[in-house]
Write a protein that binds this ligand. Structure first.
Ligand code: AMP
Ligand code: MN
Ligand code: ZN
Length: 944
């Protein structure tokens, strides 16, 4: 009992410390500042209030808006459902509007007292009061000019006692405090013309209005001559307002007195007006006769019910980003048609090409301003006005001065824009180079140009500040831009090109590391000296085994409870105590990066195990561009190695029927699948299906599958043994080894079994289950971007609970020596990027990679080859090195690769301790998971 509870406490503590750790990781990540950017963009010097927002629900990307999901919405995960649909629908039949009748006219006078709410504590106080009201009035003011989607700059709430002006800029990240009162069905919210407000509150704060009385809807039902608030204010309260205030800049602080007055007026009288209108609606009900159009049970129209229904119908609306507008196409079409109308129709053939060019330029400019508005979080009209676009499309100026003149002149002529904001906009001025390109170039590949613009702005070393608003644009633009920017461009050639570009961008998006790779957790020795930086899994590993205690949380650090063998300082190697940065070691890019293996896996996978253990030194982060450079250099150098050793990269044509004694062996040596005409995955799937269900399946299907397997064996008849061997094809070295161990049989034996398989009963459960493991791992990796800790190349593994407790598994997957362990989650990307290794899972990637690789073999070949790759070549090379110069030769070989890497990428950001001469050899400490003796004891420890 006592032991049990002690253990429980310990478990609880461990769990708690991990919770603390993970929170800190989350914070760490948030705190990560974007790298410093060159400051050619006006925004670097132009601070906007929304830059202080931390929680932004609607960013400027093309991704759809995500609505609030309530936890108790009985599990239905219908995305973007209204979280309060049920309550609102119920209100439409049974409205709950309890307004105090006959509010004393005296009370209506606006006095000097109002509450300016700008602190969270004030907001909470107000909410406590509102929670006890049966109704309150609401209005909001928006800012739209210097924001792409607009944001709520002020909220006015009035009760019968008080006017509140809520600074929704200062309180932007805390506005959720208001959610409960707004969604409370027993509190009636009175708005005038709530259609927009309801959506804006969702967009900015996930606030959903439930129980709305909209005085504009009441106007409709009562058939009032006008439905404006100004009209109601005048009619019911004798108050006049100046609606021009609507267009003021509501971001101003302090808010000028006139605007405060206006804002209060918009909400202050609403409760009174609503109570008057409800009385009228009920009177109208009493006056109504059966001969009127009637709906009620009593044959009469319930006008108040009607008004409430119409009001609550507004609440059911859901905010959505205007996806249509994303291409600027709608704006372009309307501009073009308006222009044509004003020009009158003059259809001369000679003018046709000119007209087409004009329209083309209008479309380009609309798309460009759309993109710039998203990037800089500005309204499109701020970036470039419609008249300016027309002027540019007509004149097609060729230099910055002319462009400047054309825009300024056009805006000057358009009266409505009377100097309310600068023309040309700072956005245009900062990015004049884009416009020159857009107007002048005979652009073939416009979508590419737009991606170039986007990269120039917020890509690596971009000119414009990154923000929560534009950062997501980088991620989803990869897919969308290609489709959006130029729907009019046809021709399969340019489309193919665009598709390739898009798939390249998709590659970046899919496989670049989504979270920082290095976590900068620290491990201290028991004398307090820093041993290394690592990721949190390594901390967990030690903590779980009671080998360490937590000594710091921010950033997390542990102290080992045992004496580690050796210290990095002692070894004169400070590499392992460098805090690693999550940037491309080549150029410093911090937005996307992927792991790059400096020593190609096709060689490394064949190194003796202990030389592989310090891999973090030779795995670096690279942005996609540097990755490409490094990869190309490595491929080139591989060919040099191939010549030097006289071992070809691809060993061809072994799949002759007579030569193939053993499929596994063949696969290890490399089969030309181009000629065999069957991919390893296809082969394995077919073989497995035949082994498992061959007897039961329809003969035609069986025949089909046989054909696949037979093709692999060069067309000869196949037997049971052949099928089993086929299961092994494409398995990695480790997978096969594991299989051999598990089965206790040598797969290299050559037992000719000539009984044709069609007549033979098939039964081979172990083999099948393992092969299935492989297939499963393969499929999930391909489809789910390798969510599992599985590295299909050099350290293939299948994931299971027992594996996770198995030090051998951890060794392979967690880099648990005193180097930096990093999550293998994304390692897959790099593996896939290598042209080369055998792997089970890469089929799905080959197409994507075709667009990325710039290898020398043509892509048709490569996509087939890459499934088998250079593994066999690598094995022969490494064997030769080991034979001729032993492990020193391997170290030397590694140094050559580091040299190749450095020469190709000229890395500027390698950790200080990194060096070409780094030795892969190091002894393991007693507690290192590499220490073979320890493996056993670790396993027993965890079980006790
Ligand atoms: P209101 O419903 O009158 O309080 O207006 C709310 C917000 O809508 C204002 O803060 C403006 O941002 C916007 N708005 C309403 N009418 C106009 C208008 N005619 N011109 C520009 N903006 C407007
Ligand atoms: Mn207003
Ligand atoms: Zn900019």
């Amino acid at each position: 009992m006592a032991i049990g509870s002690k253990q429980r406490v310990r478990v609880a503590l461990t769990v708690a410390s991990f919770a603390v750790l993970s929170i800190f990781f989350a914070l760490q990540y948030r705190r990560r500042k974007p790298q410093r950017r060159s400051s050619s963009c006006y925004l670097s010097a132009d601070w906007k209030p929304q830059h202080s927002f931390k929680r932004v629900l609607a960013d400027n990307s093309f991704a759809p808006f995500k609505h609030l999901k309530l936890k108790d919405s009985n599990g239905d995960d219908i995305s973007n459902m209204h979280p309060h649909e049920a309550e609102i629908t119920a209100l439409m039949d049974n409205p709950r509007v309890e307004l105090k009748n006959g509010i004393d006219y005296q009370d209506l006078n606006i006095n000097d007292a109002y509450v300016w709410v700008e602190h969270v504590s004030q907001l909470k106080e107000m909410v406590d009061l509102l929670a006890n009201e049966s109704a309150f009035a609401v209005d909001t003011e928006q800012h739209g000019l210097r924001s792409y989607l607009g944001f709520t700059a002020l909220m006015q709430i009035s009760t019968q006692e008080q006017d509140y002006l809520i600074d929704t800029i200062a309180l932007h990240d805390s506005m959720s405090i208001l959610r409960p009162v707004f969604s409370n069905p027993s509190i009636c919210k009175v708005f005038h013309g709530a259609d927009n407000d309801v959506l804006w509150l969702q967009r900015d704060f996930h606030i959903y209005v439930v129980n709305l009385f909209d005085t504009a809807k009441a106007c409709d039902v009562l058939l009032k001559p006008q439905r404006s608030l100004a009209f109601l204010l005048e009619t019911y309260c004798g108050v006049t307002t100046n609606k021009l205030f609507q267009r003021e800049d509501w971001r101003q602080r302090p808010l000028p007195q006139g605007m405060v007055q206006y804002a209060r007026t918009d909400a202050h009288y609403l409760l009174y007006i609503a109570s008057c209108m409800i009385s009228e609606l009920r009177e109208k009900y009493n006056e109504a006769t059966v001969s009127d159009e009637s709906y009620g049970h009593d044959g009469k129209l319930h006008f108040d019910l009607q008004a409430c229904r119409r009001s609550n119908a507004i609440c059911l609306q859901l905010f959505a980003k205007d996806i249509e507008a994303s291409r600027g196409e709608i704006a372009a079409s309307s501009l073009i048609s308006r222009h044509l109308n004003s020009q009158g129709t003059s259809s001369s053939d000679t003018l046709d090409s000119k007209k087409n060019h004009f329209e083309d330029v209008v479309r380009r400019l609309c798309a460009w301003r759309e993109l710039m508005a998203r990037v800089h979080d500005e309204s499109v009209r701020f970036v470039l006005s419609d008249p300016a676009i027309l002027a540019l499309a007509e004149k097609v100026p060729s230099n910055a001065n002319e462009i400047f003149e054309a825009i300024a002149q056009a805006d000057l002529n358009a009266e409505s824009l009377s100097a309310s904001f600068p023309s040309p906009s700072p956005t245009v001025c900062s990015h004049m180079d884009h416009l020159i390109n857009l107007l002048q170039e005979e652009i073939e590949d416009l979508d590419n140009l737009f991606c170039v613009f986007l990269q120039k702005c917020i890509g690596q070393n971009g000119s414009c500040p990154l923000s929560v608003f534009n950062y997501p644009l980088l991620i989803d633009s990869n897919v969308k831009l290609a489709k959006i920017i130029i729907p009019g461009q046809n021709g399969s050639k340019s489309r193919k090109k665009a598709e390739r570009k898009a798939s390249r961008r998709l590659f970046v998006q899919k496989f670049s590391c989504k979270s920082p790779v290095y976590h900068n957790c620290r491990i201290f020795a028991n004398d307090g000296r820093l041993l290394c930086y690592c990721d949190h899994r390594k901390l967990e590993w030690y903590l779980r085994r009671d080998l360490a205690k937590v000594v710091d949380n921010d950033p997390p650090a542990i102290m080992l409870l045992f004496e580690p063998k050796g210290r990095p300082e002692d070894e004169d190697n400070d590499f392992y105590i460098q805090s690693k940065k999550n940037i491309c070691v080549g150029c410093g890019e911090g937005i996307h990066y992927l792991r790059y293996r400096i020593i190609p896996s096709c060689y490394r996978m064949h190194f003796p195990e202990h030389l592989k253990s310090h891999r973090s030194h030779d795995i670096v982060l690279l942005c996609v561009d540097c990755h490409e450079v490094a990869h190309a250099a490595a491929e080139k150098y591989k060919r040099q190695v191939a010549e030097e050793f006289d071992i070809p990269l691809f060993i061809r044509n072994i799949a002759e029927s007579t030569n193939v004694r053993d499929a596994a062996e063949a696969s290890e040596m490399g089969i030309d699948f181009e000629e065999a005409g069957v991919s390893p995955l296809e082969l394995r799937t077919a073989a497995m299906a035949l082994i498992r269900h061959g007897q039961k399946m329809p003969p035609s299907r069986r025949e089909e599958l046989y054909q696949i397997v037979m093709r692999f064996y060069g067309g000869r008849e196949i037997n049971n043994e052949d099928l089993e061997r086929a299961l092994l094809v494409g398995m990695s070295f480790h997978e096969r080894k594991r299989l051999q161990k598990k089965r206790g049989l040598s797969l290299k034996t050559n037992q000719a079994d000539s009984v044709p398989i069609k007549e033979k009963k098939l039964d081979s459960p172990t083999l099948v289950s393992i092969a299935e493991d492989g297939l499963r791992a393969g499929a999930s990796n391909g489809e789910k971007q390798g969510e599992k800790d599985c590295c299909p190349n050099s350290d293939s593994c299948t994931d299971s609970l027992t594996d996770l407790e198995n030090p051998a598994y951890i060794e392979k997957n967690m880099d648990l020596d005193l180097t930096d362990a990093s999550s293998n989650k994304d390692a897959y990307a790099v593996n896939a990027h290598d042209t080369g290794e055998s792997g089970t899972a890469r089929n799905g990637l080959v197409d994507i990679l075709d667009g990325v690789d710039k290898g020398t073999i043509d892509s048709k070949h490569k996509s087939k080859f890459s499934l088998m790759g250079h593994g066999p070549h690598g094995k022969l090379v490494v064997d030769r090195i080991l034979e001729e110069s032993g492990e020193d030769g391997v170290c030397e070989f590694c140094q050559r690769w580091r040299q190749v890497f450095v020469e190709a990428t000229r890395p500027q950001f390698l950790p200080a301790g990194w060096g070409i001469k780094h030795s892969g050899k190091r002894d393991f400490g007693d507690y290192s998971v590499y220490k073979p003796v320890y493996k056993g004891s670790a396993a027993t420890n965890t079980r006790s």
